[in-house]
Design a protein around this ligand. Structure first.
Ligand SMILES: Cc1cc2nc3c(=O)[nH]c(=O)nc-3n(C[C@H](O)[C@H](O)[C@H](O)COP(=O)(O)OP(=O)(O)OC[C@H]3O[C@@H](n4cnc5c(N)ncnc54)[C@H](O)[C@@H]3O)c2cc1C
Length: 455
C-alpha cells in the first residue's frame, strides 16, 4: 500500500492531504526564512492515531515535523527534509482543570485563546501565562520552546510551568512524564528523575507531545500599568535590577521605537496587580518612590499622561506591545529573541541600533525581563513580505543579531536552523555529544524534525 493510502487508513480521507495548495501553505511560516515543502499534511485527532502515524513513519523512515500554531517565525515547523507535517490542531480538548492543585491538562492542539477563554468563563480567579503571540498558537508548542508569557517576570518562563506530559516517542511507545506516570494527578514533575528535559527545547526532535499539564496562577482583580522613561541607556541594567529587587510586579517589559518621535526613548512598562485597591496603590507608590530615589532622581521619569490607547494595549492579556512594529506595511515581522545576561543590555541596545540602521530599518525593541535573572531582548525587524529584497535584508539582520547575541554571552531563543548551528558550534563538545547520543537513543532513524539541533 502506498503511504497516502496508509495515512488515510489511520486518520480518514478528510485529515490527510498531499494537495499542492495545502503543501504550499505548510511550506512557509510568517517569518523571513526560506520555504521548504512537505509531502503530506496529517491532522490526527487521538493519541492512538499519532502513535500509528509515528510507527508507520519510523518503519518507512519518513520525517515528521510536529506543528502547533506554527508561529515561532523561525521556520521550526517548516520541514527541512520533506515528509509529514503533523498538524496537532484537531487534538483540541481541555481535559481537566484542577483548581485546587492549580493546573490544566490540555491536548497538544489547544490554543492560547481557547484556554484563556475557558478559564475566564469557568475559573475566573485563575490564569495561565499567555505569550504575546497570535491567539491561535498552542499552549503546548509555547511551553515546549521555553516561551514566556504575561506573568513570566513573576513566575518564570512557561516551560518552568510544565507539571508533566504524555509523549509518543519516535519509536511509537506512549510515555508519561512526571507525577502522571505514577498517579492520576498531573500536579508535579518530581520527586522523580525529571525526564521533561528530554522534550523541552528540542523543537520536536525527540517525540510528539500529545498532552501536557500546565500550571495556573491566581488572577488578582486589580491591574494597572505604569510607565517610566529615560534616555540614559547605561542606567538600564541598574534600573532593571532595582525594579526586580522590589519583587512586586506581574509583568515588566522595555519598549522603544524610533518612530513616532515621542516613542524614541527607553520606556519601562510595569504591570502591577493586586487583590485590593490599597494593595495596588501601595505597589504603585513603591515603584514611583524607587525611581524618585534612583541615581539622584533625574534619570528616570514617571510618564504621567500615558496615552489611553497605549494603556489599553499594555494592559491587555497578553499585552500588544509589538503591534506597532509593522513599519513597512507588508505584514512581515521577525525577531531575534536574545536571552541575555542583564549587564549586557546597554551594549546590545547600541549594537542592535547599528544593525537595524545598516539595513535601512527603523529600530523597534520589545524586551521582557524574566524573573530578574535575564531578559528576552527582542531585536525586531518589520519587512514587506512581497518585496524579496526586503526579506533578504531581514535574513541578514537576523543573522547579525544572532551572532551578536552569542558574542554578548547570550543564547538565541527559538532560533532558526542557522542560529541553532551557531549555538552548537560554541557548545562544550561533551554537551553537544550528549545531545547527539540522547537523540540517537530516542530517535534511531532520525525521523523527528530532522535538521534541527544538528551540527
Ligand atoms: C507578534 C508575535 C509576538 C510573539 N510574542 C511571543 C511572546 O511574548 N512570548 C513567546 O513565548 N512567544 C512569542 N512569540 C513566538 C511564538 O508565536 C510563540 O512562542 C508560540 O506560542 C509558539 O507556539 P506554536 O504553537 O506556534 O508553536 P509551533 O511553531 O507550532 O512549534 C514550535 C516548536 O515546537 C514543536 N512542537 C509543536 N507542537 C509540538 C508537539 N505537540 N510535540 C512536539 N513538538 C511540538 C514544533 O515542531 C516546533 O519545533 C510571538 C510571535 C509573534 C508572531
Amino acid at each position: 500500500m502506498d503511504l497516502l493510502s496508509s495515512l488515510i487508513n489511520i486518520v480518514g480521507e478528510d485529515r490527510v492531504s498531499n494537495n499542492q495548495e495545502e503543501l504550499f501553505i505548510y511550506s512557509r511560516d510568517s517569518g523571513a526564512q526560506h520555504p521548504r515543502k512537505a509531502d503530506y499534511v496529517v491532522m490526527p485527532k487521538t493519541v492512538d492515531e499519532v502513535q500509528q502515524i509515528v510507527i508507520l513513519a519510523n518503519k518507512e523512515k519518513i520525517p515528521i515535523t510536529p506543528l502547533g500554531g506554527g508561529f515561532t517565525l523561525s521556520a521550526l515547523v517548516v520541514p527541512n527534509k520533506a515528509g509529514i507535517v503533523l498538524d496537532m490542531k484537531r487534538m483540541d480538548k481541555i481535559i481537566e482543570v484542577n483548581d485546587i492543585g492549580r493546573y490544566a491538562v490540555v491536548e497538544a492542539g489547544v490554543s492560547q485563546a481557547a484556554l484563556k477563554t475557558y478559564l475566564e468563563k469557568n475559573y475566573p480567579t485563575l490564569q495561565h501565562s499567555t505569550p504575546e503571540a497570535p491567539p491561535t498558537v498552542t499552549v503546548v508548542g509555547n511551553a515546549l520552546i521555553q516561551g514566556h508569557g504575561h506573568i513570566s517576570p513573576r513566575y518564570g518562563v512557561n516551560s518552568d510551568m510544565i507539571n508533566g506530559m504524555e509523549v509518543v516517542l519516535p519509536t511509537g511507545e506512549v510515555c508519561k512524564i512526571g507525577s502522571c506516570s505514577v498517579s492520576p494527578y498531573w500536579f508535579t514533575r518530581g520527586p522523580l528523575p525529571d525526564l521533561s528535559g528530554l522534550f523541552i527545547g528540542w523543537f520536536g526532535t525527540t517525540g510528539v507531545v500529545t498532552k501536557l499539564s500546565i500550571r495556573l496562577y491566581p488572577k488578582p482583580p486589580y491591574r494597572e500599568v505604569m510607565a517610566f522613561s529615560t534616555d540614559d541607556i547605561d542606567s538600564i541594567t541598574d534600573a532593571i535590577r532595582e525594579v526586580m529587587h522590589l519583587d512586586l510586579l506581574e509583568d515588566f517589559f522595555l519598549i522603544t521605537q524610533e518612530k513616532p518621535d515621542w516613542m524614541n526613548h527607553v520606556f519601562f512598562v510595569i504591570i502591577v496587580s493586586a487583590h485590593a485597591k490599597e494593595e495596588l496603590e501601595l505597589k504603585k507608590d513603591m515603584y514611583k518612590k524607587l525611581f524618585r530615589a534612583f541615581k539622584g532622581g533625574d534619570k528616570v521619569k514617571f510618564v504621567e499622561d500615558l496615552h489611553p490607547a497605549l494603556e489599553k494595549r499594555f494592559l491587555d492579556v497578553p499585552p500588544l506591545a509589538a503591534l506597532a512594529a509593522d513599519f513597512r506595511k507588508g505584514g512581515g515581522f521577525e525577531y531575534t529573541g536574545a536571552i541575555l545576561p542583564l549587564n549586557k543590555v546597554p551594549e546590545a541596545w547600541r549594537k542592535g541600533i547599528e544593525i537595524a540602521h545598516k539595513h535601512g530599518m527603523i529600530v523597534s525593541y520589545v524586551h521582557q525581563v524574566l524573573m530578574g535573572n535575564s531578559i528576552m531582548f527582542g531585536f525586531n525587524y518589520s519587512f514587506n513580505r512581497a518585496d524579496e529584497e526586503d526579506v533578504e535584508k531581514t535574513r541578514k539582520a537576523l543573522d547579525e543579531s544572532n551572532r551578536l547575541t552569542f558574542e554578548l554571552g547570550g543564547i538565541v531563543w527559538k532560533g532558526e536552523v542557522g542560529a541553532q548551528k551557531l549555538a552548537m558550534e560554541r557548545m562544550d563538545p561533551n554537551t553537544a555529544d550528549l545531545i547527539k547520543k540522547i537523540k540517537g537513543l530516542l530517535d534511531p532513524n532520525g525521523i523527528m524534525n530532522p535538521g534541527n539541533w544538528e551540527k
